[in-house]
Design a binder for this molecule. Structure first.
Ligand code: IVH
Length: 782
């Protein structure tokens, strides 16, 4: 059991915590506790000081409004202090507030100006003869910071006032804030580029205004609403606050359209509920509403008590930020395989909703915040934005809590999680097997440009996956008419729709028969389509085509160590890695085996291309691996000095003797000492040697395709096949298919109603074929 501290010790503790929080909030723009927590501590201290007058201290945080300004800006003394508002949380507190006013002024149900309580940064703007001359932050209420240069770049701040009757000197007070959308966009960019993330829009506004470089302020979209006056000289003003706000709007100040008037407690509470209902949908954060006695004479009569006016009060909403404990960090795998870390939280009310999960965005964000399991964290929820962890409360860190690390494997399918260089997002590489990604994988696989399974669309695939008929793309090829009918029956039962099978008997079967036929027809695929259909990240149609032409067979592609993939000019390191990772997953390989076992046949396999045979050099492969310091030139030296199978074991002194500089040799040996690197080196050189041996044994296997180097142009309508199909066949035979005719065109194929391309071909004397000739060519090479 812990000892209860003495009141003096507790007061000292509370003052230290509050002072520290003040310093972080006002001077550093890096708050570490929530407003709600701050309010709670302040209330506790106020209560403690009230109960123990002997603890009174003129320097207590209860005696002042904020913290001292930072030294970077000039100080501005506020001729009329910028004070703060008392808070009400419960309806009764509002009733008490109104009752006190009614009693003191002896009136019933007075009118209030009712306004949102904007969650930004209070500022004061001074105008002389209608011209903006100085802007200041609130600071500690008595003295603020001169941020004139920064406020000048805020578009919502008028530089010159318009309209009639502008006083000679006019000080307008209001709130600078950052709209939520701007805040989200700013953070999304920061997360992508590893920059500093803003904890909330209020910090965004405060931080932006306190930039020493106004250009930085200008780059942050800030907004402003006016809600009060300071010094006014040489001008007449209306008798009510609400009329003053109308006047301010006339002079060019933004005034929130949500500002209104209300009568008595009921009017105020109605307003509170109405704004509360709109809160999540508003484009900016608010933390409550403010009720201000509308009659300015009444305001003067009531005056102030301590640092707050008797004529106004803030009625707070449930806090949008709360403190809670993080009990675990799980990984959520999205439909594209993106791995998002999710914080599992001890349930906590945030903005009126119980929150148990919050996003941590990505691994970089966790590292930046240094979030660890067991930490006490601040959670923020605003609008429809997913709740997020914005900060760790450092002092609550559990001793020895380990630094969090991204797990190596997908929590759903156990495939490796990978991250590409320069990317923020980690992804599950089990595209074909990961249930989280399966639907997307199947939809892509069946799509027109992939395996082109007619009639098998997104909705149907979702049902097939959801109802357990399809766990991977390979399962498509075991589906029967009965399966489809049964699947539809279950889907109808689930959705509460009248079963089609009951309604229309045969029709439903016909539909299923058509699907089974379409699936059957897709069994015969080209290598290019098949590779594209696998949905490997970064492998679009053109990369799939390059892989097909260069390597010629699925077996070769699926076993190729990634460094050898980079020998294809169109395939860079990033793409090669992505392909390599895909095929390294046992699950993905098993799905491919399943597809082949269920009768998927690739009809156009051939030997490796002559270009690949020529590029298949040890030096190039070594250089592609990206070994530190091993430039293309050094790789050549190595390849020239050693047999391929000796490179992995060559002792350092021999490397130096072979001409490598000492540091290059040392770097190579150090790199090679890592088992994963040694394996990559072995695999790459081993695969290379095997390919070479193959080529030497059967030189004929090298494909020089029949239409290598030829360019075809298709024009007009073809009767026996689609233009896409003709194009695909021609390309499979090695031709390039271009869109327009030039001197370089080898053949123009003219269907019926061929137009200007045919004319152009005749003009340039390009060879012209009709459809029969094309079909004959295809038959010859079938
Ligand atoms: S009136 C003497 N009206 O709340 C009262 N303040 O705790 C002067 N605030 O620092 C303030 N919206 O930053 C007023 N509609 C509003 C407000 C508002 C937000 C903030 C302001 C001030 C704090 C007072």
């Amino acid at each position: 059991m812990t000892d209860t501290p003495t009141p003096a010790a507790r007061a000292a503790d509370l003052r230290a915590r509050l002072e520290d929080a003040n310093q972080r909030y006002h001077v550093l723009d890096e708050p570490d506790i929530t407003d709600a927590e701050y309010d709670r501590l302040m209330r506790e201290l106020e209560a403690l000081e009230a109960a123990h007058p002997e603890l009174a201290d003129p320097a207590s945080p209860t005696r002042r409004v904020g913290a001292a300004p930072s030294r970077a800006f000039d100080e501005v003394r506020h001729a009329i202090p910028m004070l703060s508002l008392g808070n009400a949380f419960a309806d009764e507190e509002v009733a008490d507030f109104v009752a006190r006013i009614e009693e003191r002024l002896d009136l019933r149900a007075p009118v209030f100006s009712v306004e949102p309580k904007f969650d930004g940064l209070a500022i004061s703007l001074r105008y002389e003869d209608g011209v903006f001359v100085r802007g200041a932050t609130r600071g500690d209420g008595a003295t603020g910071e001169d941020v004139t240069v920064n406020l000048r770049v805020v578009r919502a701040v008028p530089l010159r006032l318009r309209g009639e009757g502008v006083p000679r000197v006019l000080e307008v007070r209001g709130e600078v804030y950052m709209p939520r959308a701007a805040f989200e966009a700013y953070n999304a960019r920061a997360r992508e580029h590893g920059g500093k993330v803003l904890a909330n829009p209020r910090n965004g506004a405060a931080g932006s205004l306190r930039q020493l470089d106004p250009a930085v302020t200008a780059s942050r979209p800030l907004a402003f609403y006016a809600y009060a006056l300071g010094v006014v000289e040489g001008g007449d003003l209306p008798a009510t606050h609400s009329a003053t706000l109308v006047r301010l709007r006339d002079w060019g100040f933004p005034v929130s359209p949500l500002v209104s008037t209300a009568r008595g407690v009921e009017g105020c509470l109605d307003y509170y509920r109405s704004i509360g209902a709109q809160r999540d949908a508003l484009p900016f954060d608010i933390d409550g509403v403010v009720y201000k006695l509308d009659d300015l004479a009444g305001q003067r009569e009531l005056g102030f008590v301590g640092r707050t006016p008797r004529w106004a009060i803030a009625h707070k909403f449930p806090a949008q930020e709360q403190t809670t404990r993080l009990v675990a960090i799980d990984i959520n795998i999205g439909r594209t395989g993106a791995a998002t870390p999710i914080a599992r939280l001890e349930p906590v009310q945030v903005g009126g909703v119980v929150v148990t999960n919050a996003t941590l965005h990505n691994a970089d964000q966790i590292a930046r915040l240094d979030v660890r399991v067991g930490d006490t964290v601040i959670v923020r929820r605003a609008g429809d934005v997913i709740p997020e962890v914005v900060r760790v409360v450092d002092e609550a860190r559990v001793a020895d809590a380990p630094v969090w690390q991204m797990p190596a494997n997908c929590p759903i399918c156990s495939s490796e999680l990978v991250r590409e260089e320069g990317e923020v997002v980690w992804r599950c590489s089990g595209e074909l097997v990961c249930p989280a990604q399966r639907k997307e994988a199947v939809i892509h696989f069946a799509s027109r440009r992939a395996m082109d399974i007619e009639g098998l669309g997104g909705r149907l695939i979702e049902d097939l996956c959801d109802l357990g008929f399809v766990a991977s793309v390979a399962d498509l090829y075991k589906l029967t008419v009965e399966d489809f009918v049964e699947m539809r029956r279950q889907a109808d039962a689930r959705d509460g729709t009248t079963p089609e099978t009951v309604k229309a008997g045969k029709v439903a079967t016909k539909w299923a028969e058509n699907l089974v036929e379409a699936i059957e027809a897709s069994r015969a695929a080209t290598l290019e389509r098949f590779l594209f259909a696998l949905g490997i990240e970064h492998v679009g149609e053109s990369t799939a085509k390059a892989l097909a032409t260069w390597f010629g067979s699925l077996e070769r592609v699926r076993r190729m160590p990634w460094p050898l993939l980079t020998l294809v000019p169109d395939i860079g390191g990033e793409v090669a890695h992505s392909i390599g990772h895909f095929f390294e997953q046992d699950g993905n390989q098993a799905v491919i085996d399943g597809l082949l076992a269920r009768g998927v046949r690739i009809g156009d396999e051939h030997g490796v291309s002559a270009k690949f045979a020529a590029a298949l050099e040890v030096a190039g492969a070594l250089a592609a691996i990206g070994i530190p310091k091993l430039t293309a030139k050094r790789a050549e030296q190595l390849a020239a000095a050693f047999a391929a199978d000796a490179i992995a074991d060559a002792p350092e002194h021999q490397l130096v003797t072979a001409g490598l500089p000492a540091d290059t040799a040392a770097a190579f040996v150090a790199w090679r000492a890592e088992p994963a690197h040694a394996r990559l080196l072995d695999d790459t050189l081993g695969a290379l040697a095997a390919l070479r041996a193959d080529l030497d044994a059967s030189g004929a296997a090298v494909a020089s395709l029949p239409l290598d180097g030829k360019t075809f142009v298709l024009t007009g309508t073809l009767a026996s096949l689609t233009r896409d199909a003709a194009k695909a066949r021609l390309e499979a035979l090695g031709a390039k298919v271009a869109g327009s005719v030039s001197k370089k065109t080898s053949v123009v194929v003219a269907g019926t109603e061929a137009g200007s391309k045919l004319d152009k071909a005749q003009e340039l004397g390009v060879e012209i074929w009709d459809e029969d000739r094309l079909v004959a060519l295809f038959a010859e090479h079938a």
